[in-house]
Design a binder for this molecule. Structure first.
Ligand code: PSU
Ligand code: MN
Length: 306
């Protein structure tokens, strides 16, 4: 940990003082991943899920140049309604802070902030990865390299089929990131519980995931772990239903020349429209499911940290 100034919400400050478990949450999913007002409802619901599971939620964002670890209720409302908020990854965070800016944190940036704050577990929806066509565009999310260097366990519902998932798994393997499916062999596919890819590793309990996290730390291995937590069966959308939708969204992105940071938000919005909101309902269910598992893992880790 460094001496870098962090601003803790009252709830996170109390949890730190009393050594209670804390789960980090990202904010790009709020500003760039879902439309208002559902984004605000989901952000609140996910925080409530973390609390119900016995941990304190720490939604992370940069507001007016301050790195916030946990947002007060009115800050969450302002962020959910804000327009033109920056999307901050590892490359952007320091510039945003130094210039007094406001930005939402991606998986990579949230991991950095969580680690600065001594938080070991982070729940999100899906991570960024290797985009389709990356052999031409070189569009590979900084999330993958962050997992290789920052010791935070990230609970996600796998990777979306908008990505090239096999290539994403290859990069994670090269980078030495443990990719662990929770309670099944298949690597989950975000809106669908399973994919035709077998996850490299499988664990069946929060206790095992926490033990693996601590073992990496004890061995002095840098980097985190990616936990692929399948969406609950009743909420999933089949891969067959999604395939043509994703293909259409991808084609529209090309037609409109969407590149760089704009790609993931554009595809998510387009898939939301093309599924008439169904993708969002599934997205909400899986984030909530990830929040609960993350809280369980954080609860196991706390006695070891304390
Ligand atoms: N995947 C989702 N929803 C999201 C994102 C990814 O299902 O909102 C966001 C996350 O914040 C992730 C970021 O870290 O997109 C990755 O963006 P990029 O591909 O530009 O690295
Ligand atoms: Mn990218």
């Amino acid at each position: 940990m460094t001496d870098f100034p962090l601003t803790f919400s009252a709830e996170v400050a109390t949890a730190r003082d009393s050594k209670r478990p804390i789960v980090a949450l990202e904010s790009t999913i709020i500003t760039h991943g879902m439309p208002y007002p559902q984004n605000l409802e989901v952000a609140r619901q996910v925080e409530a899920d973390v609390r119900a599971a016995g941990a304190a939620p720490a939604t992370i964002a940069v507001i007016d140049g301050q790195l916030h670890i946990g947002l007060e209720a009115e800050q969450l409302i302002a962020l959910a309604q804000a327009k033109n908020v920056s999307k901050l990854s590892r490359a952007d965070m320091a510039v945003c802070i130094a210039t007094g800016g406001t930005g939402a944190t991606t998986v990579a940036a949230t991991m950095i902030a969580a680690h600065l704050a001594g938080i070991a577990v982070f729940a999100t929806g899906g991570i960024g990865g290797v985009h389709k066509g990356a052999e031409e565009t070189f569009d590979i999310s900084a999330d993958l390299l962050e997992l290789a260097q920052t010791p935070v366990t990230v609970v996600a519902a796998g990777a979306k089929a908008i990505l090239d998932v096999p290539k994403t798994l290859e990069v994670l393997e090269t980078q030495g990131v443990p990719v662990i499916a929770y309670g099944q062999d298949s690597f989950p596919a975000f809106w669908s519980a399973t994919s035709d890819l077998t996850a490299p590793l499988r664990l069946n309990s929060a206790a095992e995931i926490a033990a693996a996290h601590l073992t990496r730390a004890a061995m002095g291995l840098p980097g985190g772990q990616l936990i692929g937590n399948p969406i609950p069966a009743e909420d999933e959308i089949s891969a067959a239903t999604l395939a043509p939708v994703i293909a259409q969204a991808q084609q529209d992105a090309e037609t409109h020349n969407i590149t760089g940071k704009g790609v993931t938000p554009y595809l998510l919005q387009r898939i939301f429209e093309l599924t008439e909101g169904r993708s969002l309902t599934a997205n909400i269910a899986l984030v909530r499911n990830n929040a609960r598992l993350a809280a369980e893992i954080a609860a196991v880790l706390i006695p070891a940290d304390a």
